[in-house]
Design a protein around this ligand. Structure first.
Ligand code: GLN
Length: 491
């Protein structure tokens, strides 16, 4: 059995049964990651030999269990890749930025910590656009990640390293973050599953902040079941994050069994998401995927989310405004890079000038402007009001449907370099993922076909706030009767 062919759930089962050793599993992934990283550059950092030793300890725990001992945590011996914006003690956390190049956080993010407590082993830190700002990983200060389906193309972003690591079988599961689409869009471009939970479902303690009213920690996986497995362990209230939801996390995986049956499920198709500008292949494959949901018994109907067109301008006020405040802390005094100067002003200017890349500087300037006296009401205040309307669109829609289905992106993965000089074209990437982010509702990207060039296409499903259970159930049903998630690029 090739351990790289197993899904996360299958590996976990095999470890428990003793038909697979963690040492073999971790070694296979680590070798694969080392071997492909020069080409794909999914990782900024790959675990050293000590992770194999930890895997052997995990094997010990499992054999003790089989001899009648206590059951170890459900992820014992499973390797996990982590986007390099989440703090993991013992690893640098760069956020893809020069300004944090040598930053070693003294603590671990709650989301990661929960996985470790369940026995997971950290396989490495994955590449990202600088401070998660971007849609292609081309904004990483350490070089882009390449799409495993076509190395000339971008993997999407900002969680492009995590998405590529799953597609290229360099990790069985990876954590990502999504502020405006950064899990769903790279998942679509790399042909993997990407789950952005509801805002507040997963703790952000130890996630380096970008846009605090939008940031979510989620999962990139091969299957819906794998994503559900990780979410179950990771989600839930955390006293260290006052925005985390007190609601109990449902046992998501329990609902993913039996026959795929969607009778009684109402699926809304927002007409605004299928307007001109969608690549014909994407339009066709997403409509076919919705047809599959219909064939499983779901009722499908057209709906309207009338304020969709404002999502992009609203996001590009709110996110940069919050980013400009969040990034004020990188001034050379306490974290990361420091460029000495004669005066405090020189220290700040020198450090920030040298440490931040062009897109981050652009966002800081946009955000500072939008928040400045005299402009606040016209920009930030106005954007907040329109955001409320976008949120209301979803609330209205979810009165008559259970799930909203659409494309994830207007097109498939674009070529590296194609949009780097055109920020607006890059921002347009997020057209269809931003509204759910602004509304705080959960969304998932599922592989649903390949375009005429063989590039993956994603189906986006969104659910009501804290409605992950139904979202996962519908997604799982789709995967039960399709094969797109089983396809992988040849190495
Ligand atoms: N691409 C979007 C941006 O550049 C979203 C990024 C994200 O979700 N982190 O802001």
């Amino acid at each position: 059995m090739d351990p790289l062919e197993l899904t996360l759930c299958e590996s976990a089962e095999a470890l428990r049964a003793g038909t697979l050793s963690s040492a073999a599993l971790v070694e296979a992934y680590r070798n694969r990651a080392e071997q492909l990283n020069p080409k794909i550059h999914a990782y900024l950092n790959i675990a050293g030999e000590d992770v194999i030793r930890a895997a052997r300890d995990a094997d010990e725990s499992w054999s003790a269990f089989r001899r009648g001992g206590d059951a170890p945590g459900p992820l014992t011996g499973i390797p996990v890749a982590v986007k390099d914006v989440l703090c993991v003690k013992g690893y640098p956390c760069t956020c893809g930025s020069r300004i944090l190049e040598n930053f070693k956080p003294p603590y671990t993010a709650t989301a990661v910590e929960r996985l470790q407590s369940a026995g997971a082993l950290i396989l490495g830190k994955t590449n990202t656009d600088e401070f998660a700002m971007g849609s292609s990983t081309e904004n990483s200060a350490f070089g882009m990640t390449h799409n495993p389906w076509d190395a000339e193309r971008v993997p999407g972003g900002s969680s492009g390293g995590s998405a590529a690591s799953i597609a290229a079988r360099m990790a069985p599961i990876a954590l990502g973050t999504d502020t405006g689409g950064s899990i769903r869009q790279p998942a679509a471009y790399c042909g993997v599953v990407g789950l952005k939970p509801s805002y507040g479902r997963v703790s952000r303690y130890g996630l380096i902040a970008f846009g605090s009213s939008l940031d979510c920690v989620g999962v990139l996986a091969r299957t819906v079941e794998d994503a559900a497995f990780l979410m179950e362990i990771m989600a839930g209230y955390d006293p260290m994050d006052s925005t985390s939801m007190p609601e109990k996390t449902p046992a998501y995986r329990k609902t993913l069994s039996g026959e795929p049956d969607l009778r009684g499920i109402r699926i809304g198709i927002p007409k605004e998401y299928f307007s001109a500008g969608i690549q014909p292949d994407v339009d066709r494959l997403v409509r076919e995927a919705i047809g599959v949901l219909g064939s499983l018994g779901a009722e499908t109907k057209e709906i309207s989310l009338p304020n969709t067109e404002f999502a992009l301008p609203v996001y590009y006020i709110v996110a940069p405004a919050e980013a400009s405040a969040n990034l004020a802390r990188y001034d050379g005094v306490r974290f990361g890079l420091r460029r000495e100067g004669q005066t405090l002003r020189e220290l700040y200017d020198g450090t920030r000038g040298a440490g931040f890349g062009p897109e981050v500087k652009r966002r800081i300037m946009l955000g500072t402007y939008a928040l400045s006296a005299g402009y606040y009401d016209a920009y930030y205040g106005q954007a907040q009001k329109v955001r409320t309307l976008i949120k209301a669109d979803f609330e209205n829609a979810f009165r008559s449907v259970d799930i909203i289905a659409s494309p994830v992106t207007p097109s498939t993965a674009f070529r590296a370099g194609e949009k780097v000089d055109n920020p607006l074209a890059m921002y347009m990437e997020d057209l269809l993922t931003l509204p759910a982010s602004l509304a705080g509702v959960p969304g998932i990207s599922l592989p649903c076909g390949r375009d005429s060039q063989g590039l993956p296409v994603g189906l986006q499903l969104s659910g009501p706030f804290l409605g992950e259970e139904t979202l996962l159930r519908v997604s799982w049903s789709f995967q039960k009767v399709t094969r797109w998630h089983k396809e992988a690029p040849s190495p």
